[in-house]
Design a protein around this ligand. Structure first.
Ligand SMILES: [Zn+2]
Length: 421
């Protein structure tokens, strides 16, 4: 059975240390026999592309989108059938352009019937004028909560048209969190610039995930040649051994996303995010250089059977690597000596579990994409850590340290305001 947010699934599978179940709200409308809607029903509201509808009984449904769910009771069956009617298959914007089809009227700038705003539909009274007021109120509430969208005006509706067919599932996923604005979020990703720096085995793997998720420009800047310990599924391959790492990483990115731009950011348009995927600790010189550029950065590290994602640093606004070091030093007077020894490489070269590397690359990509999409990544002021044999990612908070210099470091006049894209 496909996993869902269904209350009974969560109750039966619950474990003591699991997150508490989310509340499932209940919305009520008149029972079918009272609603006066016995025949067909016409509405221009429909399930959002990320909304799931589960029937609890003939007049009671469970709707869920993202991490939210609601039980709706009493909507007449014709209303439910009309709302649940299938959407047309999405067409990518690229296909629409090639076809020469004109843009739907609702997509033109300034059109007050822009389907990206479901509330417009509800307020205009299109959400079921033939239905009793209580039914309309229920549909209105479901639209405002993001469970229902205005029905597409055509197959080229921008809300359902990914930039390319490959990104259709990404657009639907984003719709679960961003609603009809998902298309704008995905469009913004396509203009984003990310640099992945380092020779860690997850560097190319992580870059490939970001490119596959629609990030327009991803540049892997790791130096040296590929060694076998760099190989990972989705990243550089064993067959790349001996090739320049940067060249092999570019090939990995293009395998995942043929349209990705793998060039470095232009000097006057610095990267929106720099990922430091290093096998060695980040030097203070590199930290200072990133702060001087006002350049947001995310640190990702692999251990022999562990991984650490974060912190994601917005220079001057959030805690940095040195903040975390100072906190460790407060707790352990020997930390300064230990941290120096940690800069010495392992005798047998970098060691990491490819399964952990893949897990960490995916989790780091989630953090990077959350930042690029304008959300609040969990790795800000924190690290996310996994250590085998435990299977959980644990979050450790690292607030800004009062003795760290990061809040007062001078910034280049070309630096951008951190976190603003
Ligand atoms: Zn700091």
């Amino acid at each position: 059975m496909t996993p869902s947010n269904h209350p009974s699934d969560r109750a039966s599978d619950a474990e003591p240390d699991r997150q508490p179940d989310r509340e499932v709200e209940t919305a009520s409308a008149p029972r079918a026999r009272d609603a006066g809607t016995s025949g067909g029903f016409d509405t221009d509201l429909t399930l959002g592309p990320a909304t799931r509808l589960l029937w609890r009984s003939p007049d009671c449904v469970h709707l869920e989108v993202g991490d939210r769910a609601v039980v709706v009771e009493g909507l007449p069956a014709p209303v439910l059938r009309a709302v649940a009617a299938s959407l047309p298959p999405p067409r990518s914007r690229a296909v629409a352009t090639r076809s020469g089809a004109p843009a739907p009227a609702a997509q033109r700038a300034g059109d007050p019937r822009d389907p990206r705003n479901p509330a417009d539909s509800v307020n205009s009274g299109d959400s079921g004028d033939s239905a009793p007021p209580a039914v309309r109120d229920t549909l209105r509430a479901l639209a405002e909560a993001g469970f229902l969208w205005r029905r597409p005006g055509g197959p080229d509706d921008r809300r359902l048209s990914p930039p390319g067919p490959r990104l259709a599932p990404e657009l639907t996923s984003l719709a679960g969190r961003h609603g009809p604005a998902a298309a704008d979020v995905l469009a913004a990703r396509q203009t984003a610039r990310v640099v992945v720096h380092g020779a860690s085995r997850l560097a190319a793997q992580l870059g490939a995930v970001l490119a596959s998720a629609g990030v327009g420009r991803v540049h892997c800047s790791g130096g040296g040649d590929v060694r076998l310990h760099c190989a990972a599924p989705g990243g550089v391959t064993p067959g790349d051994e001996g090739r320049p790492l940067q060249q092999a990483a570019e090939h990995a990115l293009r395998r995942a996303a043929p349209e990705v731009d793998t060039g470095p950011p232009d000097p006057d348009e610095p990267a929106d995010l720099t990922v430091l995927a290093l096998d060695e600790p980040v030097s203070d010189d590199r930290r200072l250089a990133l702060h001087a550029l006002d350049a947001p950065y995310l640190v990702v590290r692999l251990g022999a059977d562990s991984g650490v994602i974060g912190p994601l640093v917005l220079p001057g606004l959030t805690s940095c690597l040195r903040c975390a070091d100072l906190h460790r030093q407060d707790r352990d007077p020997a930390w300064a000596a230990l941290s120096v020894q940690l800069t010495i490489g392992r005798r047998h070269g970098p060691a990491s579990s490819v399964a952990v590397a893949t897990l960490v690359a995916g989790a780091a990509a989630v953090q990077a994409l959350a930042f690029l999409d304008g959300e609040q990544p969990a790795a800000v002021n924190a690290t996310l850590e996994v250590q085998l044999p435990d299977w959980r990612l644990r979050r450790r908070s690292w607030p800004m340290h009062p003795e760290c210099d990061c809040a007062q470091l001078p910034q280049s006049p070309t630096g951008r305001a951190a976190g603003q894209r």
